[in-house]
Design a protein around this ligand. Structure first.
Ligand code: NAD
Length: 501
């Protein structure tokens, strides 16, 4: 589609064993969403290529897992410097393939780089525990060891940040890693792999493969992979979780979201509206932490909707690399059409389209305008489904209790926010709402790298969240060692269950 027949397109390679590899076999198209044209090709890996990546990662494991923690930390420090120097170039690749604006792409790369910064402190993070005299002359200590070859499977919406939630932590902990990045946005991952090699990472420790379900299924089935981290939509997250569990792999699978922002009548409405506009329409709504449902409480509703209407209409839509643009295109034509379908659905369900973005403000590319629906009811599809586009819906309730009950009935539970001047209301919200990440007057409460990121319910399958201390736990296994050095004062080991006392 939209590909001149005589144009020779570049192919984005895989990165296996420290070098670029273009395997034979199926290829897919990579689009520039701002023009709607195919810009590159990407290989869709089969089981043989996944096996080659696992072999490279397995071969690199013994040296890397036994490298001193300081050596691993120094590679991370060098990598941090290179990423900082290449920050804008990586962001440009993201804008070209995802469509989001360059400042937005830069912000997301920065949030990923912060995870690398976090794991520069890996010597501190991997410290174990030690207890002297748990029994007479008996000591106990713990060690954290890497789990082995790990894999990450990531979505289209954050081509650098979401992979960086995973691989820097895994690798700093002494594992080797295979990243299957989204086939829609493959280039940033390969650039990050090249830079890692420049930073001194041994070949085979970090590998990048591309592709669709076939590549993912080969990862899930491969006996050489010990742990899988996934971020993407809920149905695929559930599939990944169940398949990994069946195949005996450690797994964390982060899914989709429908994030609510509650606005109480005492809130600074101008401040709240600005926050909601950024959180609803930034990155064209293609963020797992986007606010997609505003819950306006009591008298907040009418003035809030007026403010949102004015601000949503003022958003400048255009190519992500142009100056002064607030919102870029959707990622693909199919996704744009799906979101447009939801705009039609909302109107036919009886929601009030205060702002209607169904007519694209830019002719070329995969654009839509901003849409704001008011008087949305919980049973409407535009509320129930994750739309993942520039569509903000407003539901009206009378009390904070109703708002909390609405959120707690929703099957997704990634992030939520409350806007209020009341500490008591905010505290109650924080205490009662069943959601993984909460913002108080903060619309997109993405935790910083040294905390952990993850939702509840259908937004996360597994126990441990990503990065922060939970990330370190996910990528390590603990051993507990009990030690006695026999000498004349220690009692001899007994026949019955030892009490060590
Ligand atoms: P997706 O689930 O379609 O794809 C995610 C990954 O899974 C990709 O690498 C893709 O190649 C692979 N995949 C797709 N279909 C598959 C199948 N049938 N079998 C096996 N693998 C398959 O998600 P997406 O459209 O790339 O990303 C958007 C989704 O990701 C949204 O639902 C969004 O909420 C979610 N997301 C969640 C978080 C979070 O932290 N919870 C963060 C970012 C994105």
């Amino acid at each position: 589609m939209n590909k001149p027949a005589d144009l020779k397109l570049a192919t984005v390679p895989c990165w296996i064993g420290g070098k670029p590899v273009i395997p034979a076999g199926r290829m897919g198209d990579v689009y520039n969403p701002a023009t709607g044209r195919v810009s590159k090709q990407v290989p869709y890996c089969d089981a043989a290529t996944i096996d080659a990546a696992v072999k490279a990662a397995a071969a690199a494991l013994p040296e890397w897992r036994d490298a001193s923690i300081l050596r691993r930390a120094r590679v991370m420090q060098k990598y941090l410097q290179l990423l900082q120097a290449q920050h804008k170039d990586i962001a440009r690749l993201i804008t070209e393939e995802h469509g989001k604006t360059l400042p937005d792409a830069m912000g997301s790369v920065q949030r990923g780089i912060e995870v690398v910064e976090f794991v520069c402190g890996i010597p501190q993070l991997l410290k174990g525990e030690y207890s002297e005299n748990v029994g007479t002359a008996v000591d106990t200590h713990t060690v954290r060891q890497p789990v082995g070859v790990c894999a990450g499977i990531t979505p289209f919406n954050f081509p650098a940040m979401v992979p960086m939630w995973m691989f820097p932590v895994a690798i700093a902990c002494g594992n080797t890693f295979i990243l299957k990045v989204s086939e829609k946005v493959p280039s940033a991952a390969v650039r990050m792999a090249q830079l890692f090699k420049e930073a001194g990472l041994p070949d085979g420790v970090f590998n990048v493969v591309h592709g669709d379900k076939a590549a993912v299924d080969a990862i899930l089935a491969h006996p050489g992979i010990a742990a899988v981290s996934f971020v993407g939509s809920t149905p695929i997250a559930k599939y990944i979780y169940e398949t990994c569990a069946r195949n005996g792999k450690r797994v964390q699978a982060l899914g989709g979201a429908k994030n609510h922002a509650v606005v109480l009548p005492d809130a600074d409405l101008e401040f709240a509206a600005d926050a909601l506009i950024g959180a609803g329409y930034g990155s064209a709504g293609e963020r797992c932490m986007a606010i997609s449902a505003v819950v306006a409480v009591g008298a907040a509703a009418d003035p809030l909707v007026k403010l949102l209407e004015k601000k949503a209409k003022a958003i400048k839509v255009g190519p992500g690399d142009a100056d002064g643009i607030d919102m870029g295109p959707l990622v693909t034509a199919q996704h744009r059409d799906k979101v447009a379908g939801y705009i039609d659905k909302g109107k036919s369900e009886g929601a009030k389209a205060v702002v209607d973005g169904s007519v694209p403000p830019v002719k070329e590319g995969f654009f839509l305008g901003t849409t704001l629906f008011d008087h949305v009811k919980p049973e409407m599809q535009v509320y129930k489904d994750e739309i993942f586009g520039p569509v903000l819906v407003v539901l009206r309730v009378e009390t904070l209790e109703e708002a909390i009950a609405l959120i707690n009935r929703n099957p997704y539970a990634n992030g939520t926010a409350i806007f209020t001047e009341s500490g008591g209301a905010a505290r109650r919200f924080e205490n009662e709402v069943q959601v993984g990440m909460i913002g108080v007057n903060v619309p997109i409460p993405v935790p910083v790298a040294f905390y952990s990121f993850g939702g509840w319910k259908n937004s996360l399958f597994g126990d441990l969240h990503v990065h922060g201390l939970e990330g370190v736990k996910f990528y390590t296994r603990t051993k507990v060692v009990t030690t006695r050095w026999p000498h004349q004062d220690t009692p001899a080991p007994g026949f019955h269950m030892p009490t060590l006392g």
